[in-house]
Design a protein. Structure first.
Length: 318
C-alpha cells in the first residue's frame, strides 16, 4: 500500500487485468515507482473465464482467475504497489516544476504518468426483464453460473468467440443450449465454430433476437423475434446467458483524450494516447483483437513508453 497520499509515483496504472498487471511487471522491473489501482467494485473479465487454451506456453490451458493471480504475484515480486479503489477522476497539475497527473479515488495520488488499463464490461441487450432477472436466471458469466443449470435448458445470446466458447462450456451442465444470433453465421473463430456445430447439445436460432425475458421469481422463458420474417415465438428456458459484446470502461477519460465512436481509447503503436503522459492498453483501447495475449503486449509497450517519458522528464534519457 502507498505510504503517503502526496508522494509522487513514476507511473500509476488503473486496472487490474492482464494489461494492467503486465504494465506493472515491466514498470517495476525498470525500477520505476509504480502503483496499480485495481477496481474495488469491478473485476477483470478474464477472471470469469473457465479455460484459456490459446495463451502461449500453456498448452494444457489455465483458469482465468489463476492466470491473473499469477500476473499479480509476479508484479508484486518486482516491487509494484497495489491498492483496491475506484478512480473517480484525473486532473493535470504541476508537481515540483513538472507536469503531472492527480488521480482521485478514495484518496489522491500524484504521478508522472498514467497507464489506462480499465478494460470493458459486458454489454446488456436492453430488453424487458433483463434487469429484473439479473441474478435470477440472467447471467453474463457461464463460468460463474453454469453449474446452477445442471440438466436444464438455457439460452446463449451472441455469435462471437466468447458466446460460442461459453455455450460450449454450458453443455457441461445443461441438457440443451440454444444459441440465438442476429445473423445467419457466426463471428467466432473456425475452431470454436467446428466444436459448437459438432456438439449435439447446442442448437442455433439464426437471424433472431430476444425481445423479452419473462418469468415469475426466476426466468422461465423468452420471446424471440426472427429479423427476416418478423415472426415472434416463445421459448421456455431456465436461464439466459448474454454475450452481446463489450462496453469500454472509459468514462473517466471522456473529454481529456481522443476516443473512437464506440468510446474506446485511441492510441498510437507505442500505446500513447492524445493526452500527454497518459498511455493505455488492453480492452479499453480501440483495437482489432481483444485477447489476453494482446492485452499483455499492450501493457508491456505502454510501460516501456511510460519509462521513456519519465526518463525524459527527469533528464535521465540514455
Amino acid at each position: 500500500m502507498p505510504q503517503k497520499s502526496d508522494s509522487l509515483y513514476d507511473v500509476l496504472i488503473i486496472g487490474g487485468g492482464p494489461a494492467g498487471y503486465t504494465a506493472g511487471i515491466y514498470a517495476a522491473r525498470a525500477n520505476l515507482r509504480a502503483l496499480l489501482i485495481e477496481g474495488a467494485t469491478t473485476v477483470s473479465q478474464i477472471t470469469g473465464t473457465d479455460m484459456i487454451e490459446n495463451y502461449p506456453g500453456m498448452p494444457e490451458g489455465i483458469n482465468g482467475f489463476e492466470l491473473v493471480q499469477r500476473f499479480q504475484n509476479q508484479a508484486e515480486k518486482f516491487g509494484m504497489e497495489i491498492t483496491r479503489d475506484d478512480v473517480a477522476s484525473l486532473v493535470q497539475e504541476t508537481h515540483a516544476g513538472r507536469e503531472t497527473w492527480k488521480v482521485t479515488a478514495e484518496r489522491d495520488y500524484s504521478t508522472l504518468t498514467v497507464i489506462a488499463a480499465t478494460g470493458a464490461t459486458w454489454r446488456k441487450v436492453g430488453v424487458p426483464g433483463e434487469e429484473v432477472f439479473t441474478g435470477k436466471g440472467v447471467s453474463y458469466c457461464a463460468t460463474c453460473d453454469g453449474p446452477f443449470y445442471r440438466n436444464k435448458e438455457v439460452i446463449a445470446i451472441g455469435g462471437g468467440d466468447t458466446a460460442i466458447q461459453e455455450a460450449i462450456f454450458l453443455t457441461h451442465f445443461a441438457d440443451k443450449v440454444t444459441v440465438i444470433h442476429r445473423r445467419d453465421r457466426l463471428r467466432a473463430t473456425k475452431i470454436l465454430q467446428e466444436r459448437a456445430f459438432a456438439n449435439s447439445k447446442i442448437e442455433f436460432l439464426w437471424d433472431s433476437v430476444v425481445e423479452e425475458i419473462s418469468g415469475s421469481n426466476f426466468v422461465e422463458g423468452v420471446k424471440v423475434k426472427n429479423l427476416k420474417t418478423g415472426k415472434l415465438k416463445d421459448i421456455s428456458t431456465a436461464g439466459v446467458f448474454v454475450f452481446a459484446g463489450l462496453t469500454p470502461n472509459t468514462g473517466i477519460f471522456r473529454g481529456m483524450m481522443e476516443l473512437d465512436k464506440n468510446g474506446y481509447i485511441i492510441t498510437d503503436g507505442n500505446m500513447r494516447t492524445s493526452a500527454k503522459g497518459i498511455f493505455a492498453g488492453g480492452d479499453c483501447t480501440s483495437k482489432l483483437l481483444r485477447q489476453v495475449v494482446t492485452a499483455c503486449g499492450d501493457g508491456a509497450t505502454a510501460a516501456f513508453s511510460a519509462q521513456l517519458y519519465v526518463e525524459a522528464l527527469k533528464g535521465e534519457t540514455y
